[in-house]
Design a protein around this ligand. Structure first.
Ligand code: SAM
Length: 302
């Protein structure tokens, strides 16, 4: 836009404002130059100035999201240990919605559970089993002792390699069957968000035994499983009758879906408690404690 065009645009804006806002009309009468100056200031301040055609083409919610995304990214860079947003492909490996806002919000939610249970200053290594591309990790990096004690592993080699490049954290590529690449009784804690939810129910007991093996006696693990919400609101999930019947009768069901670990493993509380029997003690079982998943706190007692 040329200088003259800009001036006439702000003058036009000023006229619109002058028509609608009484005090501005008085001001406008006092002189064209004053009108120009105030028009450009007022344009920033008044919501009733009509948007440009370009602005109008974007729905309000999208525009707000764009602005908030820039705002959050700027604040994170300025005030936090900054980890760039992973490529869209890797974000798709850990969820179905790939917006920055969703990625940050999910990580904020999981990391706040982690600091609630393990504190902001862990005293030994804590494993993020199924860490993906660091959705939870990015929010823990702000704490010095988490930077030291965080351990992450995932079967997703691309995600682990990307995270290794971005952070100095200790990360490993693991297999989709036990054992994990950690020594017996070596971990002060373990957490895992939405991992067992993609592993077949018949493999859960083996994984609980493996979690017990790597935890130090007395250490805790925070895990999520899915099933209670499905039983509460079956209509929302539009399951096949056979799947729902299996969950109700056998306590577990498995649904295969396209994509990186998008299968859904459904288990009841009763099923999960039975799988944990004799391995790990259930200290908390929070139905729908993490989004639509159940959140469990378990302990290796001895
Ligand atoms: C829904 S994503 C959750 C990722 C991460 N926990 C988060 O909340 O951002 C599931 C993750 O589990 C990983 N995964 C699936 N099976 C695994 C296994 N047996 N061992 C380690 N990671 C596994 C997938 O590669 C994927 O990164």
């Amino acid at each position: 836009m040329s200088g003259t065009e800009a001036t006439s645009a702000s003058a036009a804006t000023g006229m619109v404002v002058a028509r609608r806002v009484p005090w501005f009309r008085t001001l406008a009468r006092r002189g064209r130059q004053t009108l120009h100056t105030y028009a450009s200031i007022t344009r920033e301040l008044l919501a009733n100035v009509p948007p440009t055609a370009e602005e109008e083409a974007i729905p309000d919610a999208d525009r707000d999201l764009q602005q908030l995304t820039v705002l959050v990214e700027t604040l994170l860079k300025r005030h936090y240990v900054h980890l760039p947003l992973p490529p869209r492909e890797l974000r798709l490996h850990v969820g179905t919605r790939t917006t920055a806002a969703n990625f940050w919000a999910q990580g904020l939610s999981s990391s706040s559970r982690v600091t609630h249970y393990f504190g902001e200053s862990p005293s030994g290594p804590i494993l993020d089993w199924g860490c993906g591309c660091g959705r939870t990790l990015r929010w823990l990096l702000g704490h010095e002792l988490w930077r030291e004690h965080y351990r992450g592993c995932d079967v997703d080699g691309a995600a682990v390699k990307w995270l290794r490049k971005q952070t100095g954290c200790q990360l490993a590529i693991c297999r989709n069957k036990p054992p994990l690449p950690y020594d017996e009784s070596s971990l002060a804690g373990l957490f895992s968000f939405s991992v067992l939810t993609h592993i077949r129910p018949e493999q859960h007991r083996d994984w609980y035994a493996e979690i017990r093996r790597v935890l130090r006696p007395g250490a805790q693990a925070l895990l999520t499983v899915q099933g209670s919400d499905v039983l509460r609101n079956p209509a929302r999930y539009r399951l096949r009758t056979k799947t729902l019947a299996s969950l109700e009768r056998a306590g577990s069901a498995y649904i295969q879906c396209e994509g990186h670990y998008k299968d859904a493993s459904l288990v009841t509380e009763h099923f999960t408690r039975a799988q944990l029997e004799g391995l790990l003690t259930v200290e908390e079982y929070n139905t729908c404690g993490y989004q639509n998943m159940d959140l469990l706190l378990v302990r290796r007692s001895h």
